[in-house]
Write a protein that binds this ligand. Structure first.
Ligand code: ZN
Length: 551
């Protein structure tokens, strides 16, 4: 939405009037009556307002957003969640890279150069001023996966210390189309590019290059190219001894084939060998050289955290999360609007936290376990606020019963279904199913599990430290509409409004009727957890099960 003073004055008036109608109600037997679509609408209209400038970390928009959330958490009756503070500081670093325009490849038979941007894209996650490859050996490590629960180790018997590994995107199950291998077409954590870099660093590699394929990544090489000499935000974790490779990146498929050919092999059979159980990685007998200058800038942002202390088991916590941040002010669209309001993504989820707080506070019997509302920062830049919380938890992961994450609440009509992202991950799915059925609704699953959405929002950082995490998205079976209507509107949002200035609150059409129904279910799941003594578990085959059991 464009800045317009007249509009702002009007909006302020509406906000002021509406405000008086959405006070927390008195005691509410089951909490459900407290949840209100009008109240969600009110908070979304404020959080997605132009005056918050697209809620980008480190801007005046952040200052206003976190002030608003603190005051709302307080008004809803939440106690400060981090000692006597509602804030958790998140130290971050911005890393700007300046890579040389080419990479020299030498082989026993001679050498050639690959072109930066066209053939490959590299960057560093290291806090330093310069990184280089100096005739470093290139080793093929299949999918670069170590997955004990699938009895798979691409690094077995392979020495990659100080070397550059070449790995493939996605996982062996995806490529082979074999449902008995990993999860078949459904992407696992091992298929994500972030995992490849983390594993390569754990193995002591100096660099990690992923072979890009459009099917495997689910996006074209042009998306990867956006990373070329771009600036990237990540956590400032200098105080931790976390391993990092010097250089990470992608090579295009044609460039990867050139590398394999230079090693004297046929690329088709060469890459296919990695899909087979018992695959062994090997050196390509090629050496790489290139340089990169690095500029770092340090800054800090904030997570906002409030709680309701449990009456009987205060040390056991249930954490609701939503990212408060969005993209700020950027490139203008065709209507000359440059403010990325992020009304759906994720003013709607953030507003939900305020509503959930009011609902839990209104309960006649206070929760026996502690309930946390955590609005996290810097999701859009790489899930950093939740990563920081997971690595520096205010409440230990072992005592964290569950995470329920909301990233986009349905602004429109009610749906019969609610979609669980990440089918079969944890028992929280069964909790949701029970509540959905009691409400006369049904549980549905993702239509494109190969896109790996379970690994793309904040709950993923809880999963990585073993906390069972529930993430849903809006249903597609819209009540009172023809078949296909739900898919059509969802596709429309992705094409026209996702990460664009037009993701705006529309008071005329955004009823949140569907969102209210979904929020009720998420509230009921959390409420059940807040009164019971059991700890929900990861299901068999989940890549996070072993992490939880180690605790
Ligand atoms: Zn989001």
């Amino acid at each position: 939405m464009k800045s317009n003073l007249g509009y702002f004055a009007l909006a302020a008036l509406i906000i002021f009037t509406a405000c008086n109608q959405s006070r927390p109600t008195a005691v509410d037997e089951d909490g459900l009556a407290t949840l209100s679509a009008d109240s969600i609408r009110l908070h979304v209209s404020r959080l997605a307002h132009d005056s918050l400038l697209g809620r980008k970390p480190f801007t005046a928009g952040e200052t206003k957003t976190i002030a608003y959330l603190q005051s709302q958490f307080k008004e809803a009756g939440l106690e400060p969640g981090n000692g006597d503070s509602y804030l958790q500081e998140v130290p971050m670093v911005n890393i700007q890279t300046y890579a040389d325009p080419q990479m020299r490849v030498s082989s026993p038979k001679g050498g050639f150069s690959l072109k930066g941007f066209a053939d490959y894209v590299i960057w560093t996650d290291k806090i330093t001023d310069k990184v280089s490859l100096n005739n470093d050996e290139l080793v093929f490590a299949g999918y670069g996966v170590v997955a004990p629960e699938h009895n798979w180790n691409d690094y077995a018997g392979l020495d990659v210390k100080g070397k550059v590994v070449l790995v493939m995107v996605n996982d062996p199950g995806f490529a082979a189309g074999d449902t008995t291998l990993f999860k078949g077409k459904t992407m696992t954590y091992y298929g994500r590019w972030t995992y490849k870099f983390e594993e390569a660093a754990r193995q002591g590699a100096k660099g990690c290059l992923i072979v890009h394929t459009t099917e495997g990544a689910s996006y074209p090489f042009s998306v990867v190219q956006n990373n070329w000499n771009a600036s990237k935000l990540r956590l400032d974790d200098r105080s931790k001894a976390k391993p990092y490779t010097d250089i990470n990146g992608w090579v295009s498929l044609p460039a990867a084939k050139r590398l394999v050919a230079a090693a004297g092999m046929d690329s088709t059979s060469f890459f296919a060998q990695a899909d087979k159980r018992g695959f062994k990685g090997s050196s390509l007998n090629l050496r790489l050289s290139t340089n990169m200058k690095v500029e770092t800038t340090f800054n800090k942002s904030f997570n906002v955290i409030g709680k309701i202390t449990g009456s009987k088991r205060p040390d056991e916590v249930i954490v609701y999360t939503s990212h408060w941040d969005h993209l700020g002010v950027g490139t203008a669209d065709e209507t000359a609007d440059s403010i990325y309001n992020g009304a759906f993504d994720n003013a709607s989820g953030t507003a939900s936290l305020i509503e959930l707080a009011r609902a839990f506070k209104s309960l006649k019997t206070q929760p026996e376990r502690t309930v946390i509302m955590l609005a996290v920062t810097a999701e859009e830049q790489g899930l950093w606020g939740s990563a920081y919380y997971a690595q520096n938890p205010v409440y230990p992961a072992a005592n964290t019963v569950a995470n329920i994450n909301i990233d986009g609440l349905n602004p429109f009509e009610t749906t019969r279904d609610i979609v669980t992202v990440g089918e079969g991950q944890s028992e929280l799915e069964d909790y949701l199913k029970t509540e959905a059925e009691k409400a006369g609704r049904v549980l549905a699953f993702e239509t494109h599990p190969e896109a790996g959405y379970y690994y793309r929002s904040d709950h993923f950082n809880f999963a990585k430290v073993g906390v069972p995490a529930l993430y849903t998205s809006r249903g597609v079976n819209v009540i009172g509409k023809e078949e296909g209507y739900g898919e059509k509107t969802a596709a429309e949002y992705r094409e026209k409004h996702y990460h664009r200035p037009s993701d705006e609150y529309d008071p005329a059409t955004w009823t949140f009727a569907g969102g209210l129904d979904d929020l009720k279910l998420l509230f009921l799941v959390g409420k059940r957890l807040a009164f019971e003594t059991t700890m929900p578990k990861w299901k068999e085959g989940s890549e996070f099960k072993a992490i939880r059991e180690k605790e």
